[in-house]
Design a protein. Sequence first.
Length: 249
Amino acid sequence: MKLYKLPILLLAFFLLFGMKVSFAQEVENAVTEDMDDDQWEAQITALTTTKNELTAKIENLQKDIDDLKTKSSAKDAELRNAEDAFWSELGGKEGYGTFKSNLERLEKICRNKEGSKEDAMKIFDGMSSLSMKCHPEFFARFKSLKQCLDGWNNSVPEYTVLKGDYLFVIAAKKEIYSNKHMWPVIWEANENGVMSAPRGIPTTIRNPNLIYPGQVLKIPQLSESLKKSSVFERMKSWLDWKKRRGSKK
């Protein structure tokens, strides 16, 4: 910055500052000159009155808020009592999750025809005695489940043995069990008598390795009780006996 400009800037600054001070003094003088003591007192009185009116309105509003809070608390208590009575009538909240889980499991069993209808009906009958079935979430589903169980075909599925079949091959078929390890179930169901067989063909399956074309086998529907039955222990014993017999040859 050139030095000759500095005095000009300083002069402009002092002029502007002086104008601001002068303007502020003029405003103060004008206010002081425009209002006397009575006017000041009247204005203060008016403002005080307005303040008191607003304070009274705030107090009234606070009372309304307190009343609404009291009513809201009472309604909340009524709602809790109604919910407690509702759950008490249905058997308690702790039974909700158990009933829902059992219902979903039984729906799947009936939909896929897993196990036997008798096992499914035992579960259904036990659930029928519970008030939880009337819960809005379960009522329609429970009614549909009853229709599903009523329409469950109770006949025993069958399978006709083909050339080259073994029990584990049959058990592994998609339309049977999709699991070759389930062959003992078929063996046990037909051990003492198949559904039918051509003339000259054995009608029992004493040796699970020996099945014959034309034999019509019973194919039990898997149930939890069947999966836990002793047939698998018998299968292990039979395999161990077969191994011991083979080692003596």
